[in-house]
Design a protein around this ligand. Structure first.
Ligand SMILES: Nc1nc2c(ncn2[C@@H]2O[C@H](COP(=O)(O)OP(=O)(O)O)[C@@H](O)[C@H]2O)c(=O)[nH]1
Ligand SMILES: [Mg+2]
Length: 208
């Protein structure tokens, strides 16, 4: 992290004060069991893939720091994963404070596409409308059918966002998916809300 900041200083020529903004945002990854939510997060955060499927109950939060706006914005994503299948009991704790979500279905199982709208509705009841990005995952196993592509573009159009085709196994489009969501969250904040998260801060850093 420090190395990356130093690198940024170098790119900018060094020896200048850089105004740095830090934001913290909670996001979640939603979708039916076994669509690949945990695998996508693991691929994104630690860049590995594991074939084992170990459903267990609970939640896990993983952090990932990314730099946006040419390095002047340090955004920490707090990525909430549901382990195992969700119950209504979890809804409000899990969704509270969520500012964006990846909604995942599995290209090999049509049923998981049908539940996409339920996931969104359940979340919006608690979060209000927040940015989402739709993912059809496991694209390494099967090509997306024409019907699936049509459905994905309908989702994208209805929520004024994007749909993407990913593979947690090969890594295809995984980073882009999280990045796309992150950018939407940040730009929504600029347009609509101003800073509201208490942890957000601005500081001026003098490079070496
Ligand atoms: N081939 C392939 N398998 C995947 C992919 N993503 C997840 N899996 C497998 O699908 C199963 C369920 O994945 P997991 O991430 O645990 O799903 P979750 O229940 O949505 O968190 C596991 O066996 C994973 O290895 C993918 O992109 N390609
Ligand atoms: Mg999981």
């Amino acid at each position: 992290m420090i190395a990356r900041r130093r690198m940024y200083d170098k790119i900018r020529g060094g020896k200048t004060a850089i105004h740095m903004k830090e934001l913290f945002r909670k996001i979640c990854v939603l979708g039916d069991p076994a669509v690949g939510k945990t695998s996508l997060i693991r691929r994104y955060v630690i860049d590995i893939f594991d074939d084992k499927y170990i459903p267990s109950v609970g939640m896990k939060v993983t952090k990932k720091l990314i730099y946006l706006d040419e390095g002047s914005l340090a955004l920490t994503l707090m990525i909430w994963d549901i382990l195992g299948s969700k119950t209504r009991r979890f809804d409000s704790i899990y969704y509270k404070g969520v500012e964006g979500a990846l909604i995942v279905c599995d290209v090999t199982r049509e049923k998981t596409v049908d539940s996409v709208s339920n996931w969104i509705t359940g979340m919006f009841e608690i979060t209000g409308e927040v940015p989402v990005v739709f993912l059809a995952n496991k694209i390494d196993l099967e090509k997306a059918s024409t019907a699936l592509k049509q459905q994905m573009s309908i989702f994208a159009r209805s929520f004024k966002t994007e749909s993407m085709y990913t593979s947690a196994k090969t890594g295809e489009n995984v980073e882009d998916a999280f990045l796309s969501l992150a950018k939407k969250i940040v730009s929504k904040r600029e347009v609509v809300m101003g800073e509201k998260n208490e942890e957000d801060r601005e500081r001026t850093r003098v490079s070496e």
